[in-house]
Design a protein around this ligand. Structure first.
Ligand SMILES: O=C(O)[C@H](O)COP(=O)(O)O
Length: 237
């Protein structure tokens, strides 16, 4: 039975500053690095021995995986990075202070932008200081101007099916280090969570979610490795 560990990156500088981050390449803080190290020791203590890793093109997730693998004596692990595992694009909200935005637009509107399934934030404007579209890592990629969770799921899924699920079927045990919303999208798919229920799923940072999968890659067991910081998981499908 293949095993899959999902690890949400540790605290980033913009998490600390409470700014909408999305595709902006905020790095880990010292606390985020410590969370990544702790995630690695939890995975190691659980006896989890992945044979393949995946992460996004964003420094905070890449470094989370690297730090965790260092802790697991597994820096040799083959790792693939892909933009489809990036955080959801926060559009015109990127860079704004979350509290100030709630004061300006109201808590309800900001909650819709942050947690609704299919309402994207306003698009990023041309010439925004936070536009990453010219960054060389995205060469040749038509990067979005904004994304809802639904749009995020729609771009994560092809990579899941064609690459990650295919490796699991070949017997690989896999660790994915990614982001609050790209991982939420994967959890929605794997646990078949309904559209209006997924907003209640909050994956804690640096707390690996270890999932055992059946032959059809349906979850048969799932637990957070740090039980003291676990959040509610959706029921097994
Ligand atoms: O991109 C961000 O700002 C965060 O990583 C996730 O934001 P959220 O809590 O609004 O989903």
């Amino acid at each position: 039975m293949p095993k899959l560990a999902l690890v949400r990156h540790g605290q980033s500088q913009w998490n600390l500053e409470n700014r909408f981050t999305g595709w902006w390449d905020a790095d880990l803080t010292a606390k985020g690095e410590a969370e990544a190290k702790h995630a690695g020791s939890l995975l190691k203590d659980a006896g989890f021995a992945p044979t393949q890793g995946f992460t996004s093109l964003q420094t905070r997730a890449i470094r989370t995986l690297w730090i965790a693998l260092t802790e697991m004596d597994r820096v040799w692990l083959p790792v693939e990075k892909h933009w489809r595992l990036n955080e959801r694009h926060y559009g015109g909200l990127t860079g704004l202070d979350k509290k100030e935005t709630a004061e300006k637009h109201g808590e309800d509107q900001v909650h819709v932008w942050r947690r609704s399934y299919d309402v994207p934030p306003p698009p990023m404007e041309e010439g925004s200081a936070y536009d990453m579209s010219k960054d060389p890592r995205y060469h040749g990629i038509d990067i979005p101007a904004t994304e809802s969770l639904k749009l995020t799921l729609e771009r994560v899924l092809p990579y899941w099916h064609e690459t990650i699920a295919a490796r699991l079927r070949n017997g690989a045990d896999i660790v994915i280090a990614a982001h609050g919303n790209s991982l939420r999208a994967l959890v929605k798919h794997l646990f078949q969570v309904e559209d209006d229920k997924i907003t209640g799923v909050e994956i804690p940072t640096g707390n690996p979610l270890l999932i055992e999968l059946g032959d059809g890659l349906q979850p048969t067991a799932a637990r957070y490795l740090d039980g003291s910081r676990a959040t509610d998981l959706p029921a097994l499908p």
